[in-house]
Design a protein around this ligand. Sequence first.
Ligand code: C5P
Length: 227
Amino acid sequence: PKCWAVVPAAGVGKRMQADRPKQYLPLAGKTVIEHTLSRLLASGAFQKVAVAISVEDPYWPELEISKHPDVITAPGGKERADSVLSALKALQGKACEDDWVLVHDAARPCLTASDIQLQIDTLQNDAVGGILALSSHDTLKHVDGDTITATIDRKHVWRALTPQMFKYGMLRDALQQTEGNPAVTDEASALEIMGYQPKIVEGRPENIKITRPEDLALAQFYMEQQA
Ligand code: C5P
């Protein structure tokens, strides 16, 4: 089976308090999304990269990479899951039901080629697929208001990163059937609701999601280290 990349990039990024969506903020000489897409394209792992972009987005058409022959643009949706579904539909007729799709946040520019390769190598013979994830170094508390109600066993808790790698047909069906369900906050949760058991593959901690202003400086630091 072949591999395809899907990049949801239609969010507004309110938590950044910036004048533009976070994927268009400058980072090490380019915008965040240019780093993300360049890394996916340079990995050589994907047939095409389908990017979900808000229909009112004035920044995307200005970027050279929006015209790259291996980049397909799809209209973004209300929620992240709607954007992913829209990008999957843009691959219809190209991707086969059993092909792999790796869904990766536009806002995670520090993804490495080695993590992409590790994920594909680990999961390619799996029946369902799975996600990059990180264990927690901190002790984790279950809290009600401001009161601790339990200490959670760390070995059973992982932080979900992207890429999230699933079969094209299975992911499309799961997202369609869970449409509007607020419990679907990533692709894996849609598959879980459908009764599947996705795997985790341990990812690298520098694969951060740009969320708050200070994350840009951290991403720049990681990029300098990787260079
Ligand atoms: O806001 P958050 O950091 O969770 O967004 C994760 C990714 O999903 C971002 O790359 C964002 O652009 C994307 N997204 C989207 N469509 C939405 C909401 C978020 O493509 N409606």
